[in-house]
Design a protein around this ligand. Structure first.
Ligand code: NAP
Length: 308
């Protein structure tokens, strides 16, 4: 029987691991399909307090991982495929093995959203991706496009200007949702061309199955046209990774886990942190803060103390 299992190893899960480890609970962190979470696929993080010159996302995550390990957190790459609350403990299936724990911290984060167009699955890795930091360098001196109008799209577009000959930013509205500082940078960049009020209706692969172009439709004029691009970077937000908990823990209609007070779920011993429950802020620092709260609440629960 474990004392605390933490599902997820992004900013929320690793912060929970640091706090739980320092409370001598020897947490077991199940890192899952995307170790390090969303920060592992981002570039410079400029708004995490304490790093006046910014810090590389993967570096920030590696630092948190080392910090948690230093205090005794244990890590496993396994992914949770089953969840059964059982009386005063919780059963979790991690890969093929069932584990038991007295307390559980769910910090499973959120996964990139896709457009749902024809051939989408086949084209992933062949000129279709949701990660500029992972794949941007493969597309040098060719035109690419980013879809979306939020901070992720802005950040990806700016990053891609290092490699691509041209970056089209395709957005379904006539202004960006991104924060002002990011939006201003995008709009001032000579390599970035925004294409407003426009949606992608089709991916157009070449005869080898590699992305060659996209079909665009202007949602006001309904005009259609083809745009040649070697890669499409989809940055239209994320969905919470809660499939395994669905029907067993409370969620909102979009699948975000519901939190009663700070980090507490309705089920005793189950605590929640980070983007898996956050449809509002979704920042590294808020994820870290909720990871801290979840670990403190788990510690109190295990000591028989009342919650906050
Ligand atoms: P987001 O803010 O939810 O933006 C998603 C964008 O994609 C929106 O512009 C949305 O259009 C568009 N979109 C959604 N579904 C679409 C579809 N089916 N077809 C076409 N476009 C679609 O997501 P995000 O950019 O990933 O950011 C998530 C959170 O992380 C935000 O709170 C953001 O501030 C934060 N973040 C911060 C940083 C940073 O501070 N460095 C970096 C990245 C992300 P509409 O505008 O029409 O809704």
């Amino acid at each position: 029987m474990e004392k605390v299992i933490i599902v997820g190893s992004g900013c929320a899960g690793l912060t929970a691991a640091i706090y739980a480890a320092r409370a001598n609970l020897k947490p077991l962190v199940l890192e899952g399909r995307q170790p390090g979470g969303q920060l592992s696929t981002t570039t410079m993080v400029e708004n995490f307090p304490g790093f006046a010159d910014g810090i590389d996302g993967p570096q920030l995550i590696m630092n948190m991982h080392a910090q948690a390990e230093r205090f005794g957190a244990r890590f496993s790459y396994s992914e949770v495929t089953g969840f059964e609350p059982a009386g005063n403990h919780i059963r979790l299936k991690a890969d093929d093995e069932w584990l038991e724990t007295q307390a559980l911290i769910i910090a499973s984060g959120a996964a990139a959203r896709w457009l749902g167009l024809e051939n989408e699955e086949k084209l992933v890795g062949h000129g279709l991706t949701s990660c500029a930091t992972c794949d941007g360098a493969f597309y040098r001196n060719v035109p690419v496009c980013v879809i979306g109008g939020g901070d992720s799209a802005a950040e990806e577009a700016i990053f891609l200007t290092r490699f691509a000959s041209k970056v089209y930013l395709i957005h379904r509205r006539d202004k960006l949702r991104a924060s002002k500082i990011m939006a201003d940078r995008v709009l001032a960049h000579e390599k970035i061309e925004p294409i407003w009020n426009t949606v992608v209706t089709k991916y157009v692969p070449d005869e080898k199955g590699e992305m060659a172009a996209v079909m665009l439709r202007n949602i006001e004029s309904h005009e259609e046209r083809e745009l040649e691009v070697a890669c499409v970077f989809v940055a239209i937000g994320h969905d919470p990774n809660t499939q395994v908990f669905s029907g067993k823990l409370e969620t909102d209609p979009d699948g975000y886990l519901l939190v009663r007070h700070l980090a507490e779920s309705k089920h005793p011993g189950v605590f929640i942190a980070g983007d898996v429950a956050d449809r509002v802020y979704k920042q590294a620092i808020t994820a870290a803060g909720s990871g801290c709260a979840a670990a403190i609440e788990a510690e109190k629960y295990l000591s028989g103390l009342p919650p906050a």
